[in-house]
Design a protein around this ligand. Sequence first.
Ligand SMILES: *Cc1c(COP(=O)(O)O)cnc(C)c1O
Length: 229
Amino acid sequence: MIENKEKLKKFQIIKNLSALYETISSVSLKAGRPSNEVGLMAVTKFHSAEEVKIVLEQGHRLFGENRVQEAEQKYSLLKQDYPDARLHLIGPLQTNKVRQAISLFDVIETLDRARLARALHKEQQNMGRCPDLYIQVNTGEEPQKAGVHPGELDELLKLSRTELKLPVKGLMCIPPADDEPALHFGFLATLARRHKLKTLSMGMSADFEAAIKLGTSHVRIGTSIFGNR
Ligand SMILES: *Cc1c(COP(=O)(O)O)cnc(C)c1O
């Protein structure tokens, strides 16, 4: 009985994954973009290593996690078996976790303050490497949300990219829940163009079609692949 339940869940995840690949390519084509240009990031927070393995076995390689500790427990072994899997940090990063984060993640999407930029720089000097970084922008200027306010982006970029020479490659945002997401995606895309940043991380289960139309590089999806957390 339990075995059947596991099989059913596995079947459902595989079905969800392939349906999403199809939707993403058809939405891309409709938006005038190549069918394989937009990446699908499987967001695995609160889901088990066994569930992650199901999509790895399907050839999926792009993953997102919110917490350093949880990601380390889940991915340190998986990354040995699948060395080409790419893991992004998409949750807030505390300065005391920077060293761990640099060892584990291929991209940190949540650089959002000067103190963190300096901590990343310091560990980069110590460890001789730094993952690619995106700056998280709090496009809705919500007090409870992480991300640099748009008015302070120039200064943070100047510090991170120009002074500290950190590998800043893109921008990321999470729009306010009660706002039209397309406004925020369009705004983030404009900021990226202005600063000559090529990569955009925007769009989740509920709003990824708008993000694809507005130029995102990948969409971040958890629930529509793995079910409710
Ligand atoms: C959890 C999370 C997602 C995925 O959300 P779903 O609603 O499960 O698709 C995407 N981006 C970030 C930053 C998240 O924390």
